[in-house]
Structures are given as structure tokens and as C-alpha cells.
Design a protein around this ligand. Structure first.
Ligand code: S3P
Length: 175
């Protein structure tokens, strides 16, 4: 794989994109960036506050503007998206035209839901299990457009998943 190529992690809320990105950055000795964290830093509000105050449509616009900025101005090689970003056609187009490889962290809904429930982070789009399950089902068709799919088994740690990605996508050998 091209050593300058960037990797973009996508997948449903609670699958562990940010944690896997952190481990991957350590393994590859490179920088990582988290789309939602950049949005929160720029807007000086949490994602929940942004969605509450300006609504989901405006949040999606901010998300696309921030993604464009990161892809064109930041050199971090690992980018963790928020769970909805890859489902937007314009975002997929931006990512595809910027020398990125996309990785879908694929898991069962129950696994994501357990993590959502146990996390301290508020997730405004995951308040109710039935609606969240519907969102999960609708999004599978978009996530599967990613270049690579890694199945997140509950017995694997985030570090082990990052290691697998490094081995398979970046051809790194571990002893
Ligand atoms: C969203 C996922 C969240 C965040 C926002 C919208 C979504 O990120 O971007 O609440 O539409 O799935 P995480 O996937 O990191 O929870």
C-alpha cells in the first residue's frame, strides 16, 4: 500500500472508531484526527449542543465543511469519522478524491448498543433502541461501500483490531 495514503475509519456509533484510530496511530507512528473532536473544538460546543441548537441538517453541513478542510489542510494519516459522515454522498466523494482508503468497522447492532449505553458520551441520534436499530439497518448499505471491511468480534480488543488493520492494509509485520 502507498505509504502516504490516508486511512479513514467509518462505522456505526459505538463501534469504537476513535479508539481504534488512536491505537492505529501509535502502531503506525503517525498522527490521527477525529472529525467530531475537530468540529467540537472549532464550534466550541459538544456535538449534542450543536445538534440541539442548529439542528441535524446544519450539523451535517458543518460536518462536510470540516471534513473538506481536514482532507485538504491536515496531514494526519488516520481520520476517524462520526457514524453518519460516510452515509452522505458528498462526503464519500470528498474522501474518494483525496487519496484515502476507507475502512468499515463492522459489528453487530447489539455490540454497538452496549457501547452506546455504557459510554459517558451523549449521542443525540441514539436515544431509543428501536430507532437506533433502524438507523443501523439503513446505514449498512452505505458502510459496505468502504474499501475494507473489518468485522469487530466482541472478543477482540481495540488494539487487536488496529493491529489487524495495520497488518492487512499497511502490510506491517508483527513478531
Ligand atoms: C452521528 C454519530 C456521532 C456524531 C453525531 C452523529 C451519526 O459520532 O457524529 O452524533 O449520525 O451516527 P460517533 O459515531 O462517534 O458516535
Amino acid at each position: 500500500m502507498d505509504n502516504e495514503k490516508r486511512i479513514v475509519l467509518t462505522g456505526f456509533m459505538g463501534v469504537g472508531k476513535s479508539t481504534v484510530a488512536r491505537h492505529l496511530a501509535v502502531i503506525l507512528q503517525t498522527q490521527k484526527i477525529d472529525l467530531d473532536s475537530v468540529i467540537e473544538a472549532v464550534e466550541k460546543q459538544t456535538i449534542t449542543q450543536i445538534i440541539k441548537t442548529v439542528g441535524i441538517m446544519r450539523f451535517r453541513q458543518i460536518e462536510t465543511e470540516t471534513l473538506r478542510k481536514i482532507l485538504t489542510e491536515d496531514c494526519a494519516r488516520i481520520l476517524a469519522l462520526g457514524g453518519g459522515a460516510w452515509t452522505i454522498a458528498e462526503n464519500r466523494h470528498l474522501i474518494k478524491t483525496q487519496n484515502c482508503t476507507t475502512v468499515w468497522l463492522e459489528s453487530s447492532f447489539e455490540h454497538c448498543w452496549r457501547n452506546i449505553k455504557s459510554s459517558k458520551r451523549e449521542r443525540p441520534l441514539a436515544k431509543n433502541k428501536i430507532q437506533t436499530r433502524e438507523l443501523f439497518d439503513e446505514r449498512q448499505n452505505f458502510y459496505c461501500l468502504a474499501d475494507w471491511h473489518f468485522i469487530i468480534r466482541p472478543d477482540l480488543t481495540s488494539y487487536e483490531i488496529a493491529k489487524k488493520i495495520a497488518e492487512e492494509v499497511f502490510l506491517i509485520k508483527f513478531d
